[in-house]
Ligand binder design. Structure first.
Ligand code: URA
Length: 250
């Protein structure tokens, strides 16, 4: 790979907020980490990314159990100060489909499980209801659900960029271990963290993006859909899910 191409890749990872790259045990020729972190600012490469081997974001033989152990009693950012429970993720760790939300709310913080409050109930209904309508037998337990940040932001505020960056390494490891066929980013924060794109969710929803070589569908966050005046958004979210489920399960 020539130097310009390599620089474009490295810049692309920086844009995704990736600070740490892991070299696989059997080292294939790969960019040096030092180069990754010191490239000058350049526009990201055009999409879709060509299919060349991507440097690993996870240690060799990584597992969800190991990631959870590495998070431990995390105090890496200020979010630990107000949390009750770390909300790691739930569901089928071998699922072809992963949903990524923003961060735990009050119910999730209390139970340690993502999407168990009102927004979570709506998400479950959206997954199971859309699947049923499309003639598919898919339950919430069949997919994997997690968040960009694992601790509840105070007052449910949007996570800060540094909090997303610190916790993002664990999300990227979760995605690397599960290697789903597709990812669904719920809302703007998840969409930004997973795709690196900074457009608003209304512009991004219903479209395919990529996280490394995995397709990402962006849709509205269920909390947004709970607001009573969002009937159009609800209909659009159902369309997005339909597209996603057919892509993954057909
Ligand atoms: N909102 C999120 O983004 N995640 C949850 O787990 C719950 C609500």
């Amino acid at each position: 790979m020539d130097a310009d191409r390599l620089r474009q890749y490295l810049e692309f990872y920086q844009d995704l907020g990736i600070q740490t790259l892991y070299r696989p045990a059997a080292a294939a020729p790969e960019p040096a980490v030092a180069e990754v972190l010191q490239v000058p600012k350049m526009p990201p490469p055009p999409e879709p990314l060509p299919s060349i081997p991507l440097p690993s974001l996870a240690p060799a033989n990584d597992t969800l159990v190991q990631i959870s152990a590495d998070i431990g009693d995390c105090r890496r950012c200020r979010l630990h100060e107000g949390r009750n429970k770390i909300v790691f993720g739930v569901g089928n760790g071998q699922s072809p489909l992963v949903f990524v939300g923003e961060g735990p709310g009050a119910d999730e913080d209390e139970q340690g499980i993502p999407f168990v409050g009102r927004a979570g109930q709506l998400l479950t209904q959206m997954i199971e209801g859309t699947a049923k309508k499309e003639g598919m037998e898919i339950r919430r337990d069949d997919v994997y659900i997690c968040n960009v940040v694992k601790c509840r932001p105070p007052g449910n505020r949007t996570p800060e960029p540094d909090e997303m960056e610190i916790c993002g390494q664990f999300l990227y490891r979760q995605l690397s271990v599960i290697k789903p066929k597709a990812i669904c980013a719920l809302g703007g924060t998840a969409a930004r963290a997973v795709t690196g794109h900074k457009e608003g969710v209304t512009k991004m929803r219903g479209r395919w993006f990529q996280w490394r070589d995995i397709p990402v569908m962006v849709t509205y966050h269920p909390s947004y859909l709970l607001r009573p005046y969002n009937q159009d958004a609800k209909r659009e979210a159902w369309q997005d899910l339909k597209k996603l489920l057919h892509f993954v399960y057909d």
